[in-house]
Design a protein around this ligand. Structure first.
Ligand code: SAM
Length: 234
């Protein structure tokens, strides 16, 4: 049977992350990563979110809209395993997957009619959201759960700042009303670079957070230094 079903987004995420590079691999790894789920009609009314103010976290079911592919993959190479080991797609949280569906538990900061204010997100700007469900601790926490491939959160590396980059980040944090210094530190400490790349000290990396280009390098292995935080080229 080759039955097809169609789904329609209930809203779209406006996120601090404007490109895939440097987004944490899972939610909750960067609590300063914030965004807003803007709901579309008919879900943009207070009725659809009534009661959610009693809930601290929600599950988001969404589409990896920038990773959709025609041909299903059976095996993927998760970055977590260094990108050189392949695994069954259903054993991983890879973005390339049947139906392109992702799921993240995120913190619900504020509820408004038509808008959910979120933090701890791992979603790209513009991500279509298919459904929102309340996190239910008694059912969703599994104390004795295990995963041999991803036993703990990824290790963190130290992040330091050029003095001028830190002033630029602080100024922009005030302008945006966002915890920008924390966002940059939390995301870069995850070391966004692919595990198989050995960074030369002169090589510069960059990613856009909000409307800013953030550039950094690795002055020595396993250490990031933020070089500048400047207006993104539009
Ligand atoms: N927590 C989700 C899950 O387990 O289904 C996502 C995990 S996935 C490994 C996280 C990565 O997805 C992020 O690092 C980012 O690069 C990528 N990503 C986030 N939103 C996306 C989107 N809308 N389209 C494609 N890739 C996206």
């Amino acid at each position: 049977m080759n039955q097809r079903y169609s789904v329609t987004p209930i809203g779209f995420v406006r996120s601090c992350f404007k490109e895939k590079f440097a987004i944490p691999r899972q939610p909750q790894l960067a609590p300063a990563a914030r965004g807003v789920l803007e709901m579309v009609s008919p879900f943009d009314q207070g009725d659809a979110v009534q009661g959610l103010e009693q809930v601290s976290h929600v599950w988001l079911l969404f589409l990896f809209h920038e990773a959709l592919e025609e041909k299903p993959r059976l095996k993927v190479r998760p970055p977590r395993l260094g990108g050189n080991q392949s695994m069954g797609v259903f054993a991983t949280r890879a973005t390339h997957r049947p139906n392109g569906i992702g799921q993240s538990v995120v913190k619900l900061e504020k509820v408004e009619a038509g808008r959910l204010w979120l933090s701890g997100i791992d979603l790209l700007d513009g991500t279509p959201v298919l459904d929102v469900k309340p996190y239910v601790p008694y059912a969703d926490i599994i104390a004795n759960a295990s995963n041999g491939m991803a036993a703990g959160a990824p290790g963190l590396i130290p992040v330091s700042w050029d003095e001028s980059a830190l002033s630029q980040a602080r100024e922009n944090a005030l302008r945006l009303g966002e915890p920008l210094v924390e966002l940059i530190e939390q995301c870069l400490a995850q070391d966004p670079r692919p595990a198989y790349q050995v960074p030369a000290p002169e090589r510069r990396y960059g990613a856009q957070f909000w409307d800013l280009d953030v550039r950094w390098h690795y002055p020595r292995p396993g250490h990031i230094c933020v070089l500048e935080v400047v207006a993104a080229a539009s």
